[in-house]
Ligand binder design. Structure first.
Ligand code: SAH
Length: 339
């Protein structure tokens, strides 16, 4: 049976017609799913009992089970969610002064193989469906009863490798009839799938694009991120420039600082050369050590020096606050689990 959250409004209207129902029923169902966030068809009390029965017989509502919830000293919450097919994914809720941010997964596992990231160590299973991506936001909102104001696609998986479902999920998340979180409060992070960056520029979605850059030359970047062998830095930056030109949106470059690998002033100088004149921002991430990983965190002193050097040379850079590292909920620490 298909997950009812996998349909957009138009598709759900067609489904209703196939069930011999009026299309406006789809609007009512949408309200129950995305405004009331109900967990079962029985709760949709303005639908006839017959229709509720039909829905139950034809679709699942796919409410994920919360298998585990951990809370960090800093208030970050990490959820292990049962996606109801024998797999589990992690989703993280972070509290900032500007509101709650949720970090969603887009795939069960990841194919990218970045050497410093825990999401990649285990076998890739499959893409998450649109409904499953949105379900993470709904489930956590149900659990905390708090509003979520930001969604970042920075959990497990490479969002642009699951392009269609991710774009469809973003549309539903921002849709006033859906979860109604403004596109400017949605970020998508990519390891650099160049053709998909060009494609995303055409979508006319106002979300923020983050690029996991992490190194300033191909030799270094390819060692850290195998995807660089397919789409080297020059091609990646060309795609970014074209994205900025087309969307007029600022790009955010993520740069995880690893001790003695990419964190000295020479690296900062190269980074400035690469990004000079671009409408962008650099997000420095103190690298989080992962099991069996050879990359170590750069010293705080070094991270600050790196940031200051960029800022002094006209590149806006900030250091990403480390949230949830005590419960392995920080960048690069999320993993898929077998049940
Ligand atoms: N696949 C996407 C989404 C993951 S987002 C991407 O690569 O962008 C998670 C962010 O955390 C990315 O910028 C990723 O490169 C970074 N990251 C991964 N492992 C990390 C680690 N161990 N320490 C700090 N950041 C890490």
């Amino acid at each position: 049976m298909k997950n009812i959250k996998d349909y957009n409004l138009e598709e759900l209207k067609n489904e209703m017609q196939h069930l011999g129902e009026k299309p406006y029923r789809a609007e009512q169902i949408f309200k129950w799913l995305y405004k009331e966030k109900v967990q079962s068809f029985c709760e949709m009390t303005n639908l006839s009992l017959t229709l509720r029965e039909k829905l139950k017989n034809n679709y699942t509502i796919s409410n994920f089970n919360i298998l585990k919830k951990q809370e960090s000293k800093d208030g970050t919450k990490k959820y292990l969610l049962d996606v109801l097919d024998g797999n589990a994914i992690e989703t993280v809720l972070m509290k900032y002064h500007h509101g709650n941010s949720i970090c969603v997964s887009s795939q069960i596992g990841c194919k990218m193989g970045c050497k410093f990231c825990a999401s990649t160590g285990i076998k890739f299973v499959r893409d998450l469906t649109t409904g499953e991506i949105i379900e993470q936001v709904i489930r956590i909102q149900q659990d905390t009863k708090e509003r979520i104001s930001n969604v970042v696609f920075m959990g497990i998986g490479e969002p642009l490798d699951n392009y269609e479902n991710v774009v469809e999920a973003i549309k539903r998340i921002q849709d006033p009839k859906g979860l109604e979180i403004g596109a400017r409060h949605i970020s998508i992070s990519t390891s650099g799938l160049v053709p998909r960056i060009y494609q995303l520029a055409e979508e006319n979605i106002q979300c923020t694009l983050s690029i996991s850059l992490h190194a300033t030359n191909n030799e270094k970047r390819s060692k850290m991120m195998p995807i660089n062998n397919t789409y080297p830095i020059e091609q990646l930056l060309q795609a970014c420039k074209s994205y900025i030109k087309q969307t007029n949106r600022r790009i955010s470059f993520e740069y995880a600082l690893a001790k003695d690998q990419n964190d000295n002033l020479e690296d900062a100088k190269e980074l400035i050369k690469l990004l000079k004149g671009m409408l962008c921002h650099v997000n420095l991430i103190p690298i989080n050590k992962i099991e069996n990983g050879k990359y170590l965190k750069s010293s705080n002193e070094n991270i600050i020096k790196f940031r200051d050097y960029l800022n002094e040379h006209g590149i806006v850079a900030t250091i990403r606050r480390e949230l949830g590292s005590d419960i392995e909920a920080a960048c690069g620490q999320l993993r898929r689990k077998n049940l």
